[in-house]
Design a protein around this ligand. Structure first.
Ligand code: ADP
Length: 743
């Protein structure tokens, strides 16, 4: 029968420098391809494997990519391959692909690897013709594979590709750097010493800038935006004034490719010399090097790479010979396809601009939020502690409400330093709204919040108590007594409710007619107007860590683990940790749970164990269903799976709220806090008194008036009416369950 075309065959390879998260991408490519009925081959050792052929190109089954999500590096290997740079090498590569029927490729690598792929694609028809001419393949084979269709994923810890907001590995590298900076900060503080830390990034200052923000360091040097002439004085002045305000550790972060305005490289050793000579104190250099590439991938690198791998398969399977090759990118918190070569060319243009000292052009190509964060860092670091207060400083109070979210301290620190930089007096309210009523309010200075950026917990204290109707009068009195001109409320659902209440009662209490802003901070990620709240990323990392351990323990025996995550009625943590942790099934309140579902799931589970599986991971949101509780599910699975597997439960609980904030949460907290202070300042300057909540919508900082809160939330289940991440459920289904395992 010739009306049935053979299955499409996809090859996947990792090339160039390795990056954490590549394994998650490979796993997603393999499983999505199998799910869609395609054949999929791993090409080992990058292009070298393609040139060598033989057993370096191997068909993959579902289980070949099991248990690799947590592993750093790339299990299919990567290499630099000189032969692939030559046409002769690419001819061999084409032959080897055709021997396996492969004419679709997903390449995971940096700009070099992606350029190589594009050259290969353009040459493909000529290579195929030559192979026919040489008698190495026959005409029908050539006709079946007239074109090579490619999709690129960017694996690069530097986050240096224009066109995508994040590259695979960059977030994990930031984790490594921040672990190091946190460690250095404590030893530096003990000895009152200065440290110069070099991070990777030859043409890209992303890692340096973000680690300077997340690490709360004093100074940063990046290639795209060299410091002004005489920067040595500026740097030493900043360190001196920080010391005078009580800072004990001074850290300067230097990107590998840092240079001055004249294009002369700035070495760590030079920075050290300057510090020693001008400050007359001990300075040490730490070059982080390959540590940044190592270690287990962060939760973000696991789930984001999974989404990218899934989308790449969609892209190569639907591509036609005429399609322009695409790079699968993350733009504004969504997966998007962008023209591959345009991104590669722009990335090269940045390097060129830096070499030509066209720094404005380089910053422009890095994009708006990079420039914004550079300015944020400057403003934070230059929030001189000796600022002279204006004649009529305004008094801004900061209060928390709701559950604990890692990153709350980072937000307070940023707000205090920004606010003081703008000439305001910043007041910290201890113990949430109860503290406000009890008058536990004190001024916070620059030095008071020193070291808070990476501190877990919540220094000011938070709780779920918000004012009752009877207490509103006392709240109004407290605002008047302490002459509070503006209020920043950092917290979760209860914080938003309290703000909404104060805002709604403005007509009755004149004291509430002050500018009010809510900053989203909750691990549950259940707030309106923001796709991400502070704390959620840290919680996901904590869960991924726990799941790694649980999975390891479970592998020893045939076991099903039912893990319960927090989130109240919001399934964000459950779904995203399911993606990051490789769960077979995730139960959410948003979807509901039926007996029919449970029956089908347990049957599939049994079938999988029968066919050799040793582990099943099920994640259940704590309120997925009031009757089908975690205990109920465990009992049901145990009963039905008797003999085949045993069942254990793990309720992760408050473990998820603990720990120091992740780099991303620190950065987000800083960014949002800066915008909140700007909002309050602008309101006070213009004499307005709006109430709003801030958040990230499609990656952009957005404000919503408090008056819109009611229309945006589901009050019963305490979550936004629209939740962007629900659309990711199809990815979980595609990568979690083998198409052969349907019971
Ligand atoms: P990265 O992909 O991380 O930028 P490289 O630039 O070292 O790393 O590229 C990795 C591999 O990709 C190279 O060893 C080579 O095999 C292939 N490659 C890179 N650039 C080209 C090119 N212009 N033409 C063909 N192959 C290339």
């Amino acid at each position: 029968m010739n009306n049935k075309s053979p299955p499409k065959s996809i090859g996947v390879l990792t090339s160039g420098g390795d990056a954490q998260g590549m394994n998650a991408a490979v796993r997603a490519v393999v499983r999505t391809a199998l799910h869609q009925g395609a054949a999929v081959y791993a090409i080992y050792e990058g292009y070298q494997g393609m040139v060598d052929g033989g057993d370096r190109i191997r068909e993959q089954s579902w289980d070949d990519v099991g248990s690799i999500l947590h592993r750093g590096g790339t299990i299919i290997g990567t290499a630099r391959c000189a032969a692939f740079r030559e046409r002769a090498g690419r001819l061999r590569a084409a032959h080897n692909l055709l021997l396996n029927g492969i004419d679709r490729l997903v390449i995971i690598g940096g700009d070099g690897s992606l350029t190589g792929a594009d050259t290969f694609r353009r040459e493909w028809p000529g290579l195929v013709a030559e192979l026919v001419h040489n008698g190495e393949i026959d005409e029908p084979t050539a006709r079946q594979h007239p074109a090579l269709m490619i999709a690129g994923l960017v694996g690069s810890i530097d986050n240096d590709m224009v066109g995508t907001d994040m590259t695979i590995g960059a977030d994990s590298a930031l984790h490594r750097i921040i672990e190091a900076i946190d460690a250095i900060a404590s030893t530096a503080a003990s000895h009152q010493r200065s440290f110069v830390v070099e991070v990777m990034g030859r043409h890209c200052g992303y890692l340096a800038l973000m680690s300077a923000i997340a690490g709360g360091t004093d100074y940063v040097l990046i290639p795209e935006n060299p410091p002004p002439e005489g920067w040595e004085d500026q740097m030493c002045g900043r360190l001196r004034s920080g010391r005078a305000a009580g800072r004990r550790d001074s850290i300067v972060v230097v990107a590998e490719g840092a240079q001055d305005r004249a294009g002369k490289p700035i070495s760590c050793d030079y920075v050290r010399q300057v510090l020693e000579e001008r400050l007359g104190e001990d300075a040490r250099v730490t070059i982080l090097g390959h540590v940044q590439r190592g270690g287990t991938p962060s939760s973000f690198d696991r789930w984001m790479s999974t989404l990218l791998g899934y989308a790449a398969v969609d892209e190569v399977l639907s591509a036609t010979p005429e399609s322009e090759p695409q790079m699968i990118a993350i733009r504004y918190n969504r997966v998007r396809c962008v023209p591959l070569m345009q991104s590669v060319e722009q990335t090269r243009a940045v390097a060129r601009m830096i070499a030509e000292q066209n720094y404005a052009g380089a910053m422009e190509l890095r994009g708006g939020s990079f420039t914004e964060m550079f300015d944020v860092f400057k403003a934070m670091a230059e929030a001189s502690p000796s600022v002279t207060a204006p004649v009529h400083p305004r008094r801004l109070a900061i209060v928390h409400a709701g559950g604990l979210a890692p990153g709350m301290n980072s937000a307070v620190r940023a707000a205090v330093r920004f606010g003081r930089d703008r000439g305001h007096v910043l007041l910290g309210v201890r113990g949430g709204f109860e503290g406000l009523l009890a008058g536990r309010i004190e001024e916070l200075t620059w030095g008071d919040v020193e070291g808070w950026t990476g501190l877990g917990g919540c220094e000011l204290g938070t709780n779920r108590q918000i004012p009752t109707v009877e207490q509103l009068y006392a709240v109004a009195r407290a605002i008047e007594t302490h002459r509070i001109d503006g209020l920043l409320i950092i917290g979760g659902w209860m914080a938003y409710r309290a703000a909404h209440q104060l805002y709604s009662e403005r007509d009755r209490y004149a004291a509430f007619k002050i500018p009010l802003i809510c900053l989203p901070a909750t691990i549950d990620n259940n707030l309106p107007g923001s796709e991400l709240s502070i704390g959620a990323d840290t919680a996901l990392n904590a869960i991924a860590d726990a799941l790694d351990r649980i999975k390891q323990s479970a592998m020893a025996a045939n076991r099903c683990f039912v893990v319960e995550t927090m989130g109240r009625y919001c399934g964000y943590l459950a779904l995203m940790s399911g993606l990051a942790g490789g769960a077979e099934r995730v139960y959410l309140h948003e979807e509901g749970v039926t007996l029919k579902d449970l029956q089908a799931d347990v049957e599939q589970m049994a079938a999988a164990f029968r066919s050799g599986r040793r582990l099943n991971l099920t994640i259940r949101n704590e309120r997925a269903n009031p009757q089908y509780t975690t205990d109920f599910m465990c009992a049901l699975f145990e009963e039905e799976g008797r003999g085949l597997f045993d069942v254990r439960r793990a309720v992760l609980g408050h473990f998820q709220q603990g720990g120091n904030p992740s780099p991303y949460d620190r950065i987000l907290a800083t960014r949002l806090a800066a915008h909140c202070i700007n909002f309050l300042s602008a309101q006070l300057e213009s004499g307005s008194a709006e109430g709003a909540f801030i958040g990230l919508v499609e990656g952009k900082v957005t404000f919503f008036p408090l008056s819109r809160m009611s229309e945006m939330v589901d009050w019963t289940y305490r979550r936004p009416k629209e939740q962007w991440w629900l659309e990711l459920r199809s990815v979980v289904r595609a990568v979690a369950k083998s198409p052969d395992a349907d019971g």
